[in-house]
Design a protein around this ligand. Structure first.
Ligand SMILES: [Fe+2]
Length: 350
């Protein structure tokens, strides 16, 4: 296995206080850095009680990941538990890809960072499969996407609900978080250099203007770039404190506009093809003005299979003249009860 290339720790006050580089060039948390990860009060949890399969499996995974995120340094065999969760994400994505995509689009996000980690892991795995990564690289993508922001869970949750732009110190922390996450993962027993490399470089951009190392595109691996794309796509598809979810068509169009500049055109094209403009879990307006939910991708990108939320037993084929689609609809805000009802749409729908 190739050793990780040597990198320099950015010189900021936060880095000097919280991170150090050891004799072998490995980023480590200082005692003060470790203090960032003491347990904090439990957040509101999304119960996995009544959601239906396969959404229940995803909710269970979110709960188990939450246990690690809330007290990362106290977890026994955190690296092994994360690997096991990575295998479960892989199996779920292979078994129920439509439900996995729908979960990204409809699951409420009381714990933004936790939900984002699972969403990004699912989407990066889907994209990695489309890009035909080998098994080891695919596992790296799944695990790195799941843990890329583990070093800043509290900050990310704060930013997700914050209406104002990040402060100067928050911006510094944002630019350091790929290294912080890697250093925390090392404390948790993760030693795989590919996992660390991918976490450390998940914000590097094709145009060389990413962070924290300002790498050129030749220096950015496919795994890191796939995680980067999944990270940004999920952020657009999830609600934030200051805005609602973007419809998939709009989110993908924004990514596609930046092909070659910010993203590799090959990978961004694969992502657009994988989600399509009407992904499962997206809302559409039918010709009669009704709001429908996409349950499954159809024969073509323009003709998904749709249901009306109050008649979930009738799947409408939008290729037929009776049920044409007018266009994508703005995703409504969904509460927990509506979410649980919606999850039943994907029960037994492999
Ligand atoms: Fe990140």
């Amino acid at each position: 296995m190739l050793p990780m290339p040597p990198r320099v720790l950015p010189d900021t006050l936060f880095a000097r206080n919280h991170l150090e580089m050891d004799d072998e060039g490995v980023f480590r948390l200082t005692a003060r850095g470790r203090s960032l990860y003491q347990p904090h009060p439990a957040h509101m949890a999304l119960e996995d009680g009544t959601a239906s399969e396969p959404m229940r499996s995803l909710a269970l995974l979110r709960k188990r990941l939450g246990e690690i995120f809330r007290d990362p340094l106290a977890c026994n065999d955190a690296a092994g538990r994360l690997r096991e969760m990575g295998q479960q994400v892989d199996a779920l994505v292979r078994r129920s890809p439509d439900a996995c995509i729908a979960a990204i689009l409809i699951t409420p996000c009381p714990e933004y960072t936790l939900q984002h980690a699972l969403n990004a892991s699912v989407l990066a795995t889907l994209l990695g499969m489309q890009a035909q990564l080998d098994a080891d690289e695919l596992e790296t993508v799944t695990l790195a996407a799941m843990t890329m922001n583990i070093g800043t869970v509290r900050l990310q949750d704060l930013l997700a609900g914050q209406a104002s732009p990040p402060s100067t110190s928050q911006r510094q922390l944002i630019r350091l978080h790929p290294i912080l996450s890697s250093a925390l993962l090392r404390e948790m027993g993760v030693t795989d250099p590919r996992w660390h490399e991918t976490v450390q470089t998940h914000h590097e951009e094709w145009n060389g203007r990413g962070y924290p190392f300002l790498l050129n595109q030749e220096e950015i691996g496919d795994a890191a770039h796939i995680v980067h794309l999944a990270d940004i796509a999920c952020a657009k598809l999830m609600p934030r404190g200051y805005r609602s979810r973007l419809p998939a068509r709009q989110a993908l169009a924004q990514l596609y506009q930046n092909r070659d500049e910010q993203f590799d055109v090959r990978l961004v094209s694969l992502l657009v093809r994988e989600l399509g403009f009407y992904p499962p879990g997206g809302f559409v307006e039918l010709a009669g003005g009704e709001l429908g939910v996409v349950v499954k991708r159809g024969a073509s990108a323009q003709s998904p299979l749709v249901v009306l939320p109050d008649a979930p037993q009738h799947i409408l084929d939008t290729t037929t003249p009776e049920h044409p689609i007018k266009g994508a609809a703005m995703p409504p805000r969904i509460n927990l009860q509506q979410y649980e009802a919606l999850t039943r749409l994907w029960e037994n729908l492999a």
